[in-house]
Design a protein around this ligand. Structure first.
Ligand SMILES: [Fe+2]
Length: 223
């Protein structure tokens, strides 16, 4: 690993996500149902927003490697597969948003209650990320999202243990089990690609700023 790749990784891992308050509470198996419902609605909001953000970054990315990586990630999020001889095929069972919906249902929120709750909740504020998109800072923006993706398994894995102990079934928790594996891979691969793209002091500073803000906001969102 290059020095810069190591620096990026260290910035992404600055906060002990498994020790965040919400993570520890869910891991304990004693999280009140009302808080689980709030968390489920937020997960759904995050998953809904994520595809739009990936599309935004894919459109901004000037290099083919990172653009393809972001598009691949977007297809996966959307449950869309490339099938030789057929083209793109949608698999409803592989749509990430549907996994978030299944968890919400298991928490007692049917689709109507979920939408109602989201309509009442404040929009997810990605402050720094949104401003990065406004100034077309795709390196910082990608660093921000990748830092969060890279940290996702560090928050979801302890939560999955707690939720399993509370009686949630494997199908209720697909959102957790899949992202624990996939996001480690996506986050790691994406950070390695970004390290190759950012070769000047200026671009490296942009990437690092994005990673630092992304990791910090993820930490704050779980405390
Ligand atoms: Fe996802």
């Amino acid at each position: 690993m290059s020095d810069f790749a190591g620096e990026m990784r260290a910035a992404a891992l600055r906060w002990p996500m498994h020790e965040a308050r919400l993570v520890r509470l869910v891991e304990s198996g004693r999280c009140p149902r009302s808080l689980l419902q709030k968390m489920a609605a937020r997960l759904f909001q995050l998953a809904r927003r994520f595809t739009g953000d990936l599309a935004h970054l894919a459109e901004l990315a000037p290099g083919a490697d990172l653009k393809l990586f972001l598009i691949g990630n977007l297809l996966e999020e959307s449950g869309t597969r490339i099938v030789p001889g057929q083209g793109l095929r949608l698999d409803a069972d592989a749509v990430h948003l549907n996994w978030a919906r299944a968890f919400a249902r298991a928490c007692g929120l049917d689709d109507g209650a979920l939408e109602e709750r989201i309509a009442r909740a404040p929009a997810i504020d990605y402050g720094w990320f949104d401003r990065a998109l406004e100034r077309r800072d795709w390196l910082g923006g990608t660093g921000y999202l990748l830092a969060q993706e890279f940290n996702t398994p560090r928050t979801l894995a302890p939560m999955l243990r707690g939720l399993s102990g509370m009686g949630f079934g494997a199908e209720d928790l697909t959102f957790f089990s899949v992202h624990i594996v996939d996001d480690e891979q996506h986050g790691g691969d994406g950070l390695a690609l970004l390290a190759r793209e950012a070769t000047s002091a200026g671009t490296r500073a942009e990437v690092l700023a994005g990673i630092e803000h992304g990791a910090y906001d993820w930490w704050q969102a779980h405390n």
